[in-house]
Design a protein around this ligand. Structure first.
Ligand SMILES: *[C@@H]1O[C@H](CO)[C@@H](O)[C@H](O)[C@H]1NC(C)=O
Ligand SMILES: *[C@@H]1O[C@H](CO)[C@@H](O)[C@H](O)[C@H]1NC(C)=O
Length: 423
């Protein structure tokens, strides 16, 4: 018996193996090559500003609004956010601020926030029929699923209100009647801090540079929140014959598995029907400056309706950040997306804070010194682009090269540490 196993087996000749394998290897290489993202010949998305500027308070404003969804008990956190954005930006520009709540407002909240806002403040209530399950959905089954997701410790997934919030920001938000009159929004959250002075009007720059979507931080989505989202999204993209652009490719990790085995991978989460996967990269939507008309198009609305029908806002915990990001990757040209890398921004424990521009602090500017005091923040560096940033020396930078929008950056700017974690 043993001898049989020990007997040297006849080997298949190498030429034979190579001949059989060659078409598969060739196919894999062509497949990988088809997802290659070429570095553009020039920077697609330079910062709007790399120094402080004299805020031009008489310039024409865009049709824009600052928005915050918050609750009465978050009075202090909401007030901190508004105080911060007023000090660093809105004291010069006075954009209106719209507060949204799923409950009646506490008069004290209105009194305090109205006083802290320099622009016109309005306080709106989201109607209960918007802040709930879709009418056709079995609410009991959805609640049961939410409970089960909570038991599995999927982040925020046990909280019914959080699901309503993600669904609201993904869909109804853009057609919320009090927002209808505006074209641009800047999304705020309670307990956000802006660490640098913003001395130009980002809405005007977004419009001037033909941008549709702006972000500060991008990172990976929690994978358990949305195993089906990418499959559904890529299916919808295919049904609607949406062409694949480089931003979409930058979000996809092409599979090394040879055809036809590759297609079996589509049974796993976060894969399209060909078996290629989403890198989970997404823009963190608690900060967004974007063109609402981009999301009011029939294309986006039909994408949202499709996702809505799939039930994943409740039977999984699809986040509006992932939904917005995948749509942006599908429908925007890469040069229409803007990274506000000159903004110092913190929410929860994640933040980015740029170093200051070395000769761009305008120490003699009377308008800046009146609004901010004479403190120029931390000393500048030669690659700094911030304006009077106060990063508290808490900076700890970690760079994620080669993924998401970063894949489309020039090689020298890719090295710039731009995603800062405080973990
Ligand atoms: C709200 O913020 C303003 C401006 O920083 C501050 O003066 C006020 O005391 C704050 N109010 C509350 C209730 O936190
Ligand atoms: C906010 O304050 C202004 C000035 O005191 C007042 O005219 C306005 O009615 C207030 N708005 C709200 C919503 O209370």
């Amino acid at each position: 018996m043993l001898r049989r196993y020990l007997r040297p087996r006849r080997r298949l000749p190498l030429w034979f193996i190579l001949t059989v394998a060659a078409p598969f290897i060739f196919e894999v290489l062509v497949h990988l090559w088809s997802y290659d993202v070429p570095v553009p010949p020039r920077e697609l998305d330079p910062p709007f500003s790399t120094t402080c500027q004299e805020p031009d308070t008489s310039a024409k404003r865009e049709n824009a609004v600052l928005v915050m969804l918050t609750r009465n008990w978050e009075l202090e956190q909401a007030n901190r956010t508004i105080a911060s954005i007023e000090k660093k930006f809105n004291q010069w520009y006075h954009y209106p601020i719209l507060f949204m709540n799923d409950e009646e407002w506490d008069p004290e909240f209105i009194r305090v926030l109205n006083e802290t806002s320099s622009g016109k403040a309005t306080f709106e209530v989201i109607p209960p029929e918007v802040w709930s399950f879709p009418r056709w959905m079995d609410a009991n089954a959805a609640r049961k699923s939410i409970k089960a997701q909570g038991a599995k410790n999927i982040p925020h997934a046990g909280d019914e209100g959080y699901h309503h919030m993600c669904r609201f920001y993904s869909g109804a938000f853009y057609n919320f009647p009090p927002l209808k009159q505006y074209k641009w929004y800047w999304r705020l959250e309670p307990d956000v801090e802006f660490m640098c002075a913003i001395t130009y009007d980002p809405f005007v720059e977004m419009a001037r540079n033909d941008k549709v979507y702006g972000f500060t931080i991008s990172l990976w989505e929690e994978s358990e929140t949305c195993p089906q989202l990418f499959r559904d999204t890529s299916d919808w993209k295919q049904y609607n014959s949406i062409p694949t652009n480089n931003l979409w490719k930058a979000m996809v990790q092409a599979s090394w598995m040879p055809w036809p085995l590759r297609r079996w991978l589509s049974l796993l989460g976060h894969r399209d029907r060909n078996g290629d996967s989403w890198s989970l990269c997404h823009y963190w939507s608690n900060f967004e400056i974007a063109n609402m008309d981009f999301f009011r198009t029939p294309t986006y609305q039909s994408y949202f309706q499709f996702l809505e029908r799939r039930g994943g806002f409740y039977f999984e915990r699809w986040g509006d950040a992932a939904v917005h990001s995948l749509y942006v990757a599908m429908a925007a040209d890469p040069r229409q997306v803007h990274h506000f890398e000159d903004f110092g921004y913190r929410h929860d424990q994640l933040y980015q804070c740029p170093s200051n521009s070395i000769n761009g602090q305008l120490p003699e500017s009377s308008i800046l010194n009146t609004g901010l005091g004479r403190d120029l923040g931390v000393p500048g560096t030669s690659t700094g682009i911030g304006c009077r940033c106060e990063c508290d020396g808490r900076r700890e930078t970690r760079n994620h090269p080669g993924y998401c929008l970063n894949k489309l950056k020039q090689p020298n700017s890719r090295k710039r540490p731009w995603l800062t974690w405080l973990l």
